[in-house]
Design a protein around this ligand. Sequence first.
Ligand code: NAP
Length: 323
Amino acid sequence: MIKSRRRALICGIGGQDGAYLAKLLLEKNYEVMGTSRDAEGSSFNGLIHLGIQNQVQIVSMSIDDMGSVLSVIKSFLPDEIYNLAAQSSVSLSFDKPFEAMQSIAMGTLCMLEAIRFIDHPIRYYSAGTSECFGETDSIPATEITSFNPKSPYAVAKVTSHYLVANYREAYKIYACTGILFNHESSIRPDRYVTKKIIKAACKISAGSKDKLYLGNIDIARDWGSAEEYVEAMWLMLQQPFPEDFIICTGETNTLQDFVSTAFKAVNLNWVEHVVTDPALLRPTEIMVSRGDPAKALERLGWHAKCKMRDVIDLMIKAQQSVR
Ligand code: NAP
């Protein structure tokens, strides 16, 4: 008997993680459907960059509209759903807090309610974030560290995290949250600081006299590779029972380290090209974000191979090839 292909629904397939996850699942012979708020109007540059835009079906869906969510899930009947669709920027959430709550918290609730009402065994992945922990100082966060969110984005993600835990317990849904620390790639949108730094370093090394304007460069984060992190998402849905996992490299560096490493890679001294701009400071900021990836290694057999320096090299190489 021919075994039918497993089906995965990726909500937010047009984003960075959506594109890399689609590539991974296609390689694993999944039938992949993806959603966008506007399937006709969105550009799907990530899928195009990876050369897989014609291998996935894309439909329009509003993550916070129960009717829209139900109709997509009912028609496709996926085995796995990866919910990556939502406002994804901490800075933007200070400007658009209602959108943050609506797309993240209500979006998660819509997905969970839809799964609860549909008579089909679905495994559900929810995109959580290290931002939920707030300040970690010198002690790396684990899966039992308490949350202390410092932005509308993080508050919404904490709500989403507890909704997933509640539906898992109350309705025995296979649902888990991946608590992912920052992960980057060449298809990261330009609004993110890492991409902004890489683009500026490459442009200045090619002769531009532009300056790079940044907010607080003393903040410290754990940066990994998006391409590796999507494999951890998939692994979370292949376990005997659902659990939440921290996904990070275990290495924390300051933004200044990121900047100096990126500029050094193109033979520049960052000090001559970077200007700190108080207008770019956030109302509240996490100074240090540190994570412990031990549980992912122990239970999923997953660990990050790419650390910050490798991620920077990958991004610079990709940026230089588009010049
Ligand atoms: P991304 O590139 O910004 O993609 C997110 C997608 O969500 C967008 O392509 C967009 O698709 C959709 N979207 C944006 N705003 C929305 C809104 N208001 N309502 C509904 N959909 C919206 O983000 P990503 O880096 O792939 O991240 C995926 C998920 O992981 C996000 O939930 C993010 O918060 C979370 N996360 C990311 C990181 C990271 O470092 N990348 C770390 C921790 C957690 P359409 O425009 O096509 O609808």
